[in-house]
Design a protein. Structure first.
Length: 207
């Protein structure tokens, strides 16, 4: 049975909020009613921040991380180890790994993983730009830090094969992350140890 709303404006707002992942109509209604009880300045600031995010956010020209400038602060940081690149699916993994304070290299954000069932192939990801970074000759190690799912493993193997012509070590995070786990949900200690105890990809693949 469809919920009846006392206001078309309220119903429209619920419909929009319910488009968000993990937000059902009941949760959407609760959030909207909460916003209606707030000061106008708070709600205006909330709305303006979303509009600014959508229209003004940029993606780093080097690693494709979300940032405010053409190049993100991590890529600009000269104290980072530019010879080591950690390959991740999206910005959430960058944030998770940074929180461990165990990795001092750079990142490369793919923007997803290979998933034929979802219509996502290699051409839809930032794989070619990764190969271009390696081809410049300054990179000594690529760390594959994708989720330990079938799609993540498929993406790992594809990247490994694409990197075969280059003189670069390819490693992957230790399997302290359980099979099927998403990187962003791993606790910081486990994720940090997985980075530090990474193994060569070809050895892990034989296992």
């Amino acid at each position: 049975m469809n919920q009846k709303y006392p206001s078309v404006l309220l119903e429209n707002a619920v419909n929009e909020f319910a488009r968000l992942p993990g937000i059902g109509r009941k949760t959407a209604l609760r959030l909207i009613l909460h916003l209606l009880r707030q000061e106008d300045s708070m709600v205006d600031g909330f709305a303006q921040s979303l509009v600014a995010l959508k229209h003004e956010v940029k993606y780093c020209k080097v690693c494709h991380n979300i940032c405010d400038d053409d190049v993100c602060p991590i890529c600009k940081d000269t104290s980072r180890d530019a010879s080591t690149i950690c390959v991740v699916e999206n910005i959430k993994e960058v944030m998770a790994i940074e929180n461990t304070m165990q990795f001092k290299g750079l990142y490369h954000v793919l923007g997803g993983i290979i998933s034929p069932i979802d219509g996502i192939g290699p051409a839809d990801l930032e794989i070619n730009s990764l190969i271009e970074r390696v081809a410049k000759g300054n990179v000594k190690e690529i760390i594959l830090a994708l989720s330990t799912t079938m799609e993540g493993d498929t993406t790992n193997f594809y990247i490994y094969k694409k990197l075969a012509p280059y003189d670069v070590k390819v490693s992957m995070i230790a399997r302290g992350i359980s099979i099927g786990d998403e990187i962003e949900y791993a606790d910081e200690v486990t994720l940090g140890r997985s980075i530090l105890n990474r193994t060569l990809f070809n050895e892990s693949y034989r296992m």
